[in-house]
Design a protein around this ligand. Structure first.
Ligand SMILES: [Zn+2]
Length: 288
């Protein structure tokens, strides 16, 4: 690794949710059953905390309100270790399945729960499955009205469940009718006029590690921009109960899970990471 890639500090982010709460399982896991299922989010998140601690990395944890209310000690543990607490909504519903009123209640409830538990302001938001699309941009106005300062929910790619393929690829202020919001999109590389995802989730588990490494280096060296990396606690848990889903969902959820903790460890050694708040100098950015 040469110094020119190393001097860019990337952002490490975690969406804190349990394995049964992912959108791909909506059809086989009812919300009513969440409370009765074996929960593994605490142990898995603590394992991530250990990995980050070993590498001296701080991250931004987008915590689901539903999880925070049931595992408040976990939220306090994350904050006490110096990581940033942000919001992943309360009930993990895709934005395009909600009315604006329902969305407002969801993000208000989640913010209230997280702030009460963590004892600090919660100003960042990431939508379930990056579901801020061109049809749900109204959600950004509600986030502004509810006191959020940044959003990290736009994925500038083509995908069946999310994405705004022509959205700006790096952080930028979004001017909305309700005011301004800092948008921090998921990271991509642009090749042949198409944006390709490079930094996290299923792309990190399923594609060769070399793809992620090349992509982050490219963005750091050529574009001089930080990458926003994301993962979920369940992605390092090969022991989670297997749910009866179709082939595509099975592949996306379970593919590569056994090797992901090792990969993450390697990634943490190959690049510099910090929370969104520190890596992107958010205090300065938002004060401007
Ligand atoms: Zn999620």
């Amino acid at each position: 690794m040469t110094a020119d890639a190393l001097d860019v500090v990337n952002a490490m982010t975690v969406d804190v949710e349990d394995y049964f709460q992912v959108s791909a399982f909506d059809r086989v896991v009812s919300r009513a059953s969440w409370g009765e299922r074996e929960s593994r989010v605490v142990g898995n998140t603590q394992r991530l905390l250990e990995l980050f601690d070993q590498s001296g990395v701080r991250a931004t944890f987008f915590v689901l309100g539903w999880v925070a209310d049931r595992a408040p000690e976990l939220v306090r543990q994350i904050a006490a270790a110096g990581h940033a607490i942000a919001c992943h909504g309360y009930n993990h519903q895709l934005l395009y399945t909600l009315t604006p009123k329902q969305f407002r209640e969801d993000v208000r409830e989640a913010k209230r729960a997280l702030e009460q538990i963590a004892g600090c302001p919660v100003v960042g938001y990431r939508a379930p499955s990056y579901s801020v699309t061109s049809s749900t941009l109204w959600a950004l106005d509600i986030l502004i009205e509810e006191g959020y300062l940044y959003d990290a929910s736009i994925f500038p790619v083509h995908h069946d469940r999310y994405g705004i393929p022509d959205a700006a690829r790096h952080r930028h202020m979004m001017k909305r009718p309700a005011g301004a919001l800092l948008e921090i999109p998921a990271s991509t590389v642009r090749l042949g006029g198409v944006n390709l995802p490079i930094a996290g989730g299923g792309y990190f588990r399923l594609l060769p590690y070399a793809w992620t490494r090349w992509g982050i280096r490219h963005v750091n060296r050529v574009e001089r921009e930080p990458v926003i990396f994301y993962l979920h606690p369940w992605e390092i848990d090969p022991g989670q109960p297997r749910l009866p889903v179709g082939r595509a969902a099975r592949m996306r959820h379970y593919g590569g899970i056994a090797r992901t903790a090792d990969r993450l460890q390697r990634l943490l050694g190959d690049f510099r990471f910090d929370s969104i708040e520190s890596a992107l100098n958010l205090r300065l950015y938002l004060a401007a």
